[in-house]
Write a protein that binds this ligand. Structure first.
Ligand code: A3P
Length: 279
C-alpha cells in the first residue's frame, strides 16, 4: 500500500490506528449525551471540535486537551472522560460504533469541498512521518481520486453519510465553507441542534478564539512532534479555495465529474458546483 496503510476489510487505514479499531463498532460504549463529530480527514475536524466543545461547556478558552478522536484514543481513556463528551471520528457509516445509533446520540457531519480536502490531505500526508510518503502532487491527486488514501474515498464517505442524513433527524450537516463565511450563523444552528444556551457574547467570543490565526498560535498541537518539517500538519492555511493554486484544469474537472457521478442527488445538499460553494 502507498502511504504505509493497511487494508481493514476494504477500508484503508494508517498504521497508527489501534488494531482493535474495527472491533470498536461493537465494543464501543456510547452515552446518551455524547456528541459525535463526523468528518472525512482534513475537513475541519479540529476546528469544529473546539467550537462544539466551547458551546457545550459554555466557556471560550482553548482547551489544552487533544481532540478526542475515537478512531485513535485508547478506549480506557475515552471511558473516563466527563460528560458530555465531544467525540470525533472519520469512519464511514458502516464502521461507526453501533451504540451511537442505538442511543440516538446527536451527530454533526462536517463536509468540506473535495478540491481543498485533496490539497490539505496531500500536505498532511507528506508532512507526517507516519505515512512515509514523499510523492508529488500529481501522484497524490491520482491516489485521492481512486480512494487510495487513508479512510478511502471522499466521494463514497460523503455519499453514504449524506444518504443517512436524509432519514435521520439526529444528524446535523455543517459545511466547512459556511463556518468560514459566517461562523456565528453556524454556531446558532449548532446550538439549536444541541439544545445548549447561546448568547451573542458567547458566539462572538467563540468566533474570536477559534480563528485560524489564534488556534494555530495558541492551541496545543500534538501533531507537531510527528512533523517532518516542523510545520504544523493540522494548522496549515485554513483557507477556502487554495486548491485553485494547485489543480490543473483537467484535475479540477476530474474531481467535478466524480463529484457529480458519485454523489448523485446528494450533491444538492452540498452544492459545490466548482471548488467553492455557490449557494
Ligand atoms: P488546510 O490544510 O487547507 O490549511 P482536520 O482538522 O480535519 O485535519 O482539518 C484540517 C484543515 O482545517 C486544515 O486545512 C486546517 O488549516 C483547517 N483549520 C484548522 N483550524 C482552523 C480554523 N480555526 N479556522 C479555519 N480552518 C482551520
Amino acid at each position: 500500500c502507498p502511504m504505509n496503510m493497511r487494508d481493514a476489510h476494504g477500508l484503508l487505514l494508517s498504521r497508527n490506528v489501534p488494531p482493535d479499531v474495527l472491533a470498536r463498532k461493537v465494543t464501543f460504549k456510547a452515552r446518551n449525551d455524547d456528541v459525535l463529530l463526523i468528518t472525512y480527514p482534513k475537513s475541519g475536524t479540529h476546528w469544529l471540535w473546539e467550537v462544539v466543545s466551547m458551546l457545550t461547556r459554555g466557556s471560550t478558552t482553548l482547551l489544552s486537551d487533544t481532540m478526542t478522536h475515537i478512531d485513535y484514543f485508547p478506549l480506557e481513556v475515552i471511558d473516563i472522560l466527563p460528560s458530555p463528551r465531544v467525540l470525533a471520528t472519520h469512519m464511514p457509516v458502516t464502521q461507526v460504533p453501533r451504540d451511537f445509533f442505538t442511543r440516538r446520540c446527536k451527530m454533526i457531519l462536517c463536509v468540506r469541498n473535495p478540491w481543498d480536502v485533496a490539497l490539505s490531505f496531500f500536505h498532511f500526508v507528506r508532512n507526517l512521518q507516519t505515512f512515509e510518503y514523499s510523492g508529488e502532487w500529481d501522484g497524490f491527486f491520482d491516489l485521492f481520486l481512486q480512494g487510495n488514501v487513508p479512510y478511502s474515498s471522499w466521494f463514497e464517505h460523503s455519499r453514504e453519510w449524506l444518504d443517512l442524513l436524509s432519514s435521520n433527524t439526529n444528524i446535523l450537516l455543517v459545511l466547512f465553507e459556511d463556518m468560514h463565511k459566517d461562523l456565528k450563523q453556524e454556531l446558532a444552528r449548532i446550538a439549536r441542534f444541541l439544545d445548549v444556551p447561546m448568547t451573542n457574547d458567547l458566539a462572538e467570543a467563540i468566533q474570536r478564539e477559534t480563528t485560524f490565526t489564534n488556534m494555530a498560535k495558541n492551541k496545543f498541537d500534538y501533531t507537531i512532534a510527528y512533523s517532518k518539517t516542523g510545520v504544523s500538519p493540522i494548522f496549515r492555511k485554513g483557507k477556502v479555495g487554495d486548491s485553485k493554486n494547485w489543480f490543473t484544469d483537467s484535475q479540477a474537472s476530474l474531481v467535478e465529474m466524480a463529484y457529480h457521478r458519485e454523489l448523485g442527488e446528494n450533491r444538492h445538499k452540498l452544492n459545490y458546483v466548482t471548488r467553492q460553494r455557490t449557494s
